[in-house]
Every structure is written in C-alpha cells, then in structure tokens.
Design a protein around this ligand. Structure first.
Ligand code: ZN
Ligand code: ZN
Length: 259
C-alpha cells in the first residue's frame, strides 16, 4: 500500500466547501477525509459542529461505487473536557476508519484567535498542553495526535521555549504512546506557520519515549492543499530515521514504507 494524506477536510466540515470528487480526481490512492467535530466552537458563535453522519455515509457509499472503493471515513475530534461525555456518546454511534485528536479551543476562545495573545506564551503553553493531556487521557480510542503545536501558532515559538515545558509535553506524549496514537506531521503547521523546527524536536521527543507511529497530513480544506509539502516532510522523516509511516483502516494500524 502507498501512503496517503490522513488529514483532509471537505464540505462536511464547517470551514470547507471542497467536494470529495475533487480529491478523488487528482489521485488514484485511498482518500480519507477527517471532518471537524467541535463542541461549542468559539469561531462560529459557540455553535457545535460535526459532520452530518448519515449524509457523509451516503455520499461515500455512492462515490465508492464510482471510485473503486477508495474512500475511507475519518473524523477530527476537537476535544473539550466540558463536553467529553457528549463527544464520546456521539462518536460511539458512528464508525470511522481513523480518528484524529485535536485541541482547538479552551471553552472561551480558539487558540488561533487574537484573544490568545492576552496571555504570555508560557501561560498558553501550560494551558494548552494541560488540555491536551486531558484529551489523550480521556479519548484513548483516538488514533492520531493532530498538529501538536496548534495552540502556539499565534506566537513566535522556538524549540527552547518548548524545552521549558518539556516535562509536560513528555507527559502528553507518554500517554499518547501508551494509547498507540500516532504523531502527526502537519503540513500546514510546518510550512504555512513555519514550525518545521518544532516538529523536528517533536519527532525526536516522541521517538525517545518509545513512539513508533507517525503520520503525515496536509490539513487541506481545498484540493490545491492536498499532500501539502509531502516531499519535504518525507525527507525530514528520512533524516530522523523514520522508515515507516502508519495508516489506519477500520482503526487498525497498518505500517507502510515511507515514500
Ligand atoms: Zn485541527
Ligand atoms: Zn483539520
């Protein structure tokens, strides 16, 4: 099997209008979309958003007939502790090949909003990674720890800054590794938000704690961003001695050779 992008959004996410066919038409490989599930999302006036599951299933079923069963189902859970029960109840009734785990907001604001800058980087790092620790503890059935630096994107962050909270980050990674979560290399984080160095540090920290599973995801919301900078990311993985990537089908771990 050939590696495929494992972080992709379509019109089933609140912030994308892309059609599944547009992704299918540019590749012969599997396609998995990982649609947003965010409870009380500050970006959209604290509305709850998640894919219309019956419609998602129906469209995939239809397209799978036309596109050689190439389409898989995924979700990106934006975890919030306050809504933990509701999130678990919702996803227990749905079936996905792969589940991404993210922390996007703290109940008051999304970490990409201006409001985050009222706090110092250090305060936000502690808050954000504590939320992530709760997330990996509580949603152990997730498969991929998505964009680990999302909460810090509005700051200029160096590896030395991360080292200041390394013990907290280690606790997050240890719990993720215990639950067999893969560490995601997020193309948008690395090449749009210029956080390649943070990911290189993240790879080594994950490895040092026994982490073996890695995924690459573009976080595309439009087809032109599909597999964003994948060649660069594969080269970085090679430099760090990562020979195999992980894909998830029906939640099962499948190791595939790094392209
Ligand atoms: Zn996300
Ligand atoms: Zn995403």
């Amino acid at each position: 099997m050939k590696y495929y992008d494992q972080h992709v959004h379509s019109h089933f996410s609140f912030d994308s209008e892309e059609r599944l066919e547009n992704y299918l038409n540019i590749s012969n490989n599997f396609l998995v979309t990982t649609e947003h599930l965010d409870f009380k999302n500050p970006i959209i006036d604290f509305q709850t958003n998640y894919p219309d599951y019956p419609a998602y299933i129906a469209e995939i079923k239809l397209l799978n007939q036309r596109y050689d069963n190439r389409i898989l189902k995924g979700i990106e859970v934006g975890y919030t502790e306050a809504d933990s029960q509701a999130i678990k109840e919702l996803i227990s009734k749905q079936d996905y090949d792969v589940m991404l785990l993210s922390v996007h907001h703290n109940g008051k604001y999304d970490f990409m909003e201006d409001a985050v800058l009222k706090q110092s980087l250090e305060e936000t790092m502690i808050e954000y990674f504590q939320l992530m620790l709760k997330a990996v503890n509580d949603l152990s059935q997730a498969n991929i720890l998505a964009h680990f630096e999302y909460g810090l994107r509005r700051y200029d962050v160096t590896v030395n800054d991360l080292k200041k909270i390394e013990s907290l980050l280690k606790a997050v990674f240890k719990e993720a590794i215990k639950n067999n979560l893969a560490f995601e290399l997020n193309g948008k984080s690395m090449y749009k938000y210029n956080n390649v160095d943070l990911y290189e540090y993240g790879i080594e920290l994950y490895k040092s704690l026994g982490g073996k599973y890695f995924t690459v995801g573009s976080d595309a919301h439009v087809v032109k961003d599909y597999e964003f900078h994948f060649r660069d990311i594969f080269d970085i993985l090679e430099q760090h001695g990562i020979e195999y990537l992980t894909v998830f089908q029906n939640k099962e771990i499948i190791l595939v050779k790094r392209p």
